[in-house]
Design a protein around this ligand. Structure first.
Ligand SMILES: O=P(O)(O)OC[C@H]1O[C@H](OP(=O)(O)OP(=O)(O)O)[C@H](O)[C@@H]1O
Ligand SMILES: O=c1cc[nH]c(=O)[nH]1
Ligand SMILES: [Mg+2]
Length: 210
């Protein structure tokens, strides 16, 4: 059984996350860092992709060589901020299929409001990686994974940048089968459901909105 939570401590990931956290980091730099850090996290979250061998001819001689097996993996972005993780991951895995779950947190209740859902077919045969930079209360990602399971997904991972203890606990309780891969486990949520110390509102920082 894979670990429920993988905390990626690679120095490059940690350095880039620190730069993203800084309140004076511009939108443009925030986006570039997001692309770089999501490539590094993609490496980690795909560690156990199924492999097979293929008979190939090298310039020297034929051999049975390792290749990825099975159907293309499916990335599922939790809109809006999840989209910031897509570019970097797709650089590494260009043929991945991509789905979208549109949710926003009601500012008062912190409950997710769903506004869109479109995902690849045959989810049951794919590794499904749900992506969202922030795991705060966990309400958004738990709701998104509920929907993905209803759509047939069986093998699901969740990739984020910051995870609050509250969100980790919520995810463990609702989806103990889903491995969380994160760049940081932060301290707590404030009264508005923001991760502390955090990096602010991920969607607003990457899209320059307030
Ligand atoms: O774990 P939770 O408590 O649900 O909070 C995390 C969610 O909140 C933010 O989205 P937001 O609702 O701000 O929408 P946005 O991504 O469009 O900015 C963030 O992008 C996560 O999706
Ligand atoms: O800190 C937080 C919590 C939820 N959503 C964000 O974008 N940031
Ligand atoms: Mg969001």
């Amino acid at each position: 059984m894979t670990e429920h939570l993988t905390h990626v401590k690679h120095p490059l990931v940690q350095h880039k996350l620190t730069l993203m956290r800084k309140s004076d980091t511009s939108t443009a730099v925030f986006r570039q860092l997001l692309r770089e850090i999501s490539m590094l996290l993609a490496y980690e979250v795909t560690r156990e992709l199924p492999m097979t061998t293929e008979r190939i001819d090298t310039p020297l001689e034929p051999m049975d060589a390792p290749v990825l097996d099975g159907k293309k993996l499916a990335l599922v972005s939790i809109l809006r901020a999840g989209n910031g993780l897509l570019d970097g991951i797709l650089e590494l895995i260009p043929s991945a299929r991509v789905g979208f779950v549109g949710l926003y947190r009601d500012e008062e209740t912190l409950k997710p409001v769903e506004y869109y859902f479109k995902v690849p077919t045959e989810l049951e045969d794919r590794l499904v990686i749900a992506v969202d930079p922030m795991l705060a209360t966990g309400n958004s990602s738990v709701a998104a994974i509920d929907k993905l399971k209803e759509a047939g997904a069986k093998n699901i991972r969740f990739l984020c940048l910051l995870a609050a203890p509250e969100g980790i606990a919520r995810m463990k309780e609702a989806h103990p089968d889903v491995q969380i891969v994160t760049a940081a486990v932060d301290s707590h949520l404030n009264d508005n459901g923001y991760i502390v110390p955090g990096l602010g509102d991920a969607g607003d920082r990457m899209f320059g909105t307030k």
